[in-house]
Design a protein around this ligand. Structure first.
Ligand code: PEP
Ligand code: MN
Length: 368
């Protein structure tokens, strides 16, 4: 339930609502808004009687929240969460954030080479696995702490924030120490002790969707993190298991759209793990950008044929530069389209397309 306070509610009124919630065994989470404060009530296992709060001084209204996920939902918090790191931010109206880097950190030269290139072409964050979740125990498992040290060096040299996966509870502390954003991979999306640990972190968490998870399960996983107190969560759709072998996974674009509507958290797409095939990565990135998500995370390698992990889906440096050109064009077009008046519930009017000229050099301009 959401208890919405009146604009002129006093600190005592707010404290009284919080105290009342606690005395009956619920948790109260104040959510400051532009004009008024709302208090999210969670921890109930049955519907809350609105009369409990309706009569409290300073309460404007009580709104039942019907969804199983609460803290991540827009019902609880309509304002978009924006995650800010030194040189980069991710979330609504902050542009399209590209996170790029190799699947695995292999050595310093490789990581720095890719990072400098990625930065030059507009990547805002660097990714790279130091601990790799591999299907086979005989495959390259990552450099471990040495890989994290290389990531720290990349940040120092390029200024790019770095993201890497914490494979389990035991490794969380060390990944947290070196990295700016901690990734929880698809195989761990329902590792509840890991989610709880991530929830106690002060650093942002990039939570990938489980490869066989429903959207609701994914949002409930994010709820674990917020419930522990960390509201800096980036949701990443990375494809789910389906029947085909035309691609490694199936990129679920409608799930990304749905979670953008349902939650206030930033949403990104990983076209690399979604496809497993280099030739699909640029088209899927274009689709992601035109969907209006907040960014992508893409695998790039200076020599994909020699990569120790996920070479077939890694873009070459040249392909990454091409991807960035495409994404910039589409981002500009998106700005134009979203500024057009919408019709009949369509956010982007199809009629708007007739106003757009795509010039030879790729620049997009709106005709007078
Ligand atoms: C990764 O991003 O390195 C990774 C292993 O991804 P996923 O968990 O989506 O398979
Ligand atoms: Mn990978």
């Amino acid at each position: 339930m959401l208890v919405v306070m009146k604009k002129d509610a006093s600190q005592e009124d707010i404290a009284r609502v919080i105290e009342k919630a606690r005395t009956v065994g619920y948790e109260a989470r104040p959510i400051p808004g532009k004009e008024r404060i709302a208090i999210g009530i969670v921890g109930n296992d049955h519907p809350i009687d609105p009369a409990l709060f309706d009569s409290c001084p300073g309460v404007k209204e009580t709104i039942p929240v019907t969804k199983p996920y609460k803290l991540v939902s827009r019902e609880f918090n309509p304002r978009d969460t924006i995650i800010r790191l030194n040189s980069c931010s991710i979330g609504n109206n902050e542009g399209f954030t590209v996170i790029a880097g190799p699947c695995a950190i292999e050595n310093e030269h490789q990581a720095l080479n890719i990072a400098h290139h990625a930065k030059r072409y507009g990547a805002k964050m660097f990714r790279g696995g130091a601990y790799k979740p591999r299907t086979s125990p005989y495959s390259f498992q990552g450099l471990g702490e040495d890989g994290l040290k290389i990531l720290a060096k990349v940040r120092e040299e390029t200024g790019l924030p770095v993201v890497s996966e914490a494979l389990d509870h035991e490794l969380f502390d060390i990944v947290e120490e070196y990295c700016d954003v901690i990734q929880i991979g698809t195989r761990n999306m329902q590792n509840f002790s890991l989610l709880r640990r991530a929830g106690r972190s002060k650093k942002p968490v990039l939570l990938k969707r489980g490869m066989s998870s429903t959207v609701e399960e994914w949002l409930m996983a994010a709820e674990y993190i917020l419930h522990e107190g960390n509201s800096q969560v980036i949701l990443c759709e990375r494809g789910i298991r389906t029947f085909g072998n035309h691609s490694r996974n199936t990129l679920d674009l409608s799930a990304a759209l749905f979670v953008m509507k349902e939650t206030h958290l930033p949403v990104i797409i990983d076209p690399s793990h979604a496809s497993g095939r280099r030739e699909q990565v640029i088209p899927l990135s274009r689709a992601a950008c035109s969907l209006g998500v907040h960014g992508i995370m893409v695998e790039v390698h200076n020599s994909p044929e020699k990569a120790l992990s996920d070479g077939p889906q890694s873009l070459t440096l040249e392909e990454f530069a091409e991807l960035m050109r495409h994404v910039q064009i589409i981002s500009e077009a998106m700005k134009t389209l979203t500024s057009l008046p919408s019709h009949a519930g369509m956010e982007i009017g199809s009629e708007g397309l007739s106003h757009i000229n795509i010039h030879q050099e790729g620049a997009i301009k709106q005709c007078a």
